[in-house]
Design a protein around this ligand. Structure first.
Ligand code: ATP
Ligand code: MG
Length: 397
């Protein structure tokens, strides 16, 4: 390609009006069909703005993947802050996704750095929390801490967060918490004691067809120019969303179809584009999580993908994946870690729902059992493509 042609691709028209409104982290101005949940949050948290002794409130938002847990919580946080300011209460909204902050300490360190500008090094969690709470009182502020994918913390860590008001005294804890988790994940960490610290459990059900359509109509109005997406197309995507019970799927289809239309220089998104885009979307596979993995975890995942491709079977075994992992590490001149560490990365990938693994008993195997690894709903070749893109970005200079 010469420069002229390169330039030309920047000049062609686009179906997008605001492409970033389909990014995963984007929280729209309006949230449809979640009025009950939002009202529920309002009635729980508005006491903070009304009562002299600002109370500590803990709520949990539960629901399957792609039902709007994250966007509902973030929407609430943003608007709660605005209303609070009008009532002269300075609320700091702090959002942490445990995919990026995988322990209580990591979250507390980050908060400490932000509020006291210290590195947080050398402090215990307890000391750090005390400093943060003191700072909130000094600034006459109040913190709403949103902890997403909270199942990645240990039960005792979650309990420690929910127990802050008890531990440090209600008058000292100018802090409330919203936890977010998928139903099944939550069951792995729930305990009686955690339950007893929750003011409210808010459950979100998957959207039905009409709800899905209303939301998609709004999101496509935001994202695209007029006439790009017509009503039939919206119906089609709404049906896919309803079938999969996952709104993320619909948003991803819109995004991919728009990109495709631009590439092919189309003015509109048609049914074929939707079908093609839909086949390219793997609703349980979340690329943004893979993007956040550390180098060793990425190498481990690459090893799994490679060994699945080589075997051409739906599952692979740890030993085979480990061999591929060693080869890949060497290709990138990175010292491979020992098998025990590799197993740890597999556990993490499993926990993050990037892979699934199960222990299977077999007669012949050493010690009678082995670990089978599978991918969720993305084909190994697709995953490899995706990883190569990340590797090119990260490891070539
Ligand atoms: N009511 C809604 N109005 C507008 N957009 C929505 C709504 N519900 C979901 N979305 C969009 O659908 C996508 C998925 O929603 P979200 O990320 O909040 O799901 P989630 O329940 O947190 O899923 P997961 O458990 O996979 O994290 C996001 O792009 C979000 O903006
Ligand atoms: Mg979420």
């Amino acid at each position: 390609m010469d420069e002229e042609e390169f330039r030309k691709h920047f000049m062609t028209k686009s179906v997008f009006n605001q492409a970033n409104s389909l990014d995963m982290s984007y929280v729209p101005e309006k949230i449809y069909c979640r009025n009950e949940a939002i009202k529920n949050l309002v009635f729980n948290f508005r006491r903070i703005l009304e009562e002299e002794e600002q109370p500590s409130i803990n709520c949990l938002i539960l629901g399957k993947g792609g039902v709007g847990k994250t966007c509902t919580a973030r929407y609430f946080g943003r608007n709660f802050k605005t209303i609070a300011l009008e009532k002269d209460v300075d609320v700091f909204i702090e959002y942490y996704n445990c995919i990026n902050f995988r322990s209580k300490s990591k979250i507390i360190r980050e908060l400490l750095a932000k509020y006291t500008h210290g590195s947080g090094r050398g402090f215990s969690d307890d000391e750090a929390l005390k400093l943060i709470l003191k700072q909130l009182i000094r600034e006459k502020g109040y913190m709403l801490l949103i902890i997403d994918e909270v199942h990645l913390l240990r039960s005792d860590e979650v309990l420690a967060f929910l127990d802050i008001a008890e531990t440090y005294g209600h008058q000292n804890a100018k802090l409330s918490i919203i936890l977010i988790s998928r139903n099944k994940d939550w069951m792995t960490i729930e305990t009686e004691r955690i339950l007893s610290r929750l003011n409210e459990k808010i459950r979100l059900k998957p959207y039905n067809y009409d709800e899905a359509k209303k939301i998609l109509e709004y999101r496509s109005d935001l994202a695209f120019k007029e006439y790009v997406v017509d009503d039939d197309i919206l119906s089609m995507i709404s049906q896919i969303v309803t079938d999969h019970e996952n709104m993320r799927h619909g948003i991803e289809i819109l995004r991919k179809s728009g990109l495709y239309a631009d590439k092919e220089n189309l003015d509109r998104i048609n049914a074929d584009t939707i079908r093609a885009a839909s086949n390219e979307v793997y609703p349980t596979f979340r690329g943004e999580i893979v993007d956040q993995l550390n180098d060793q975890e990425l190498f481990a995942l690459f090893g799994i993908a490679r060994s699945l491709i080589n075997k051409d079977e739906p599952f692979t075994l740890v030993d085979d994946a480990f061999e591929e992992y060693q080869i890949i590490s060497e290709t990138y001149s990175i010292e491979p870690h020992v098998k025990m560490s590799f197993r740890k990365y597999i556990r993490t990938l499993n926990q993050l729902k990037i892979i699934a693994s199960k222990t299977v008993r077999i007669e012949e195997a050493e010690r009678g059992r082995h670990l089978e690894i599978t991918l969720l709903d993305i084909p190994a070749l697709k995953l490899e493509e995706f990883l190569i893109e990340i590797f090119n970005r990260k490891f070539s200079s």
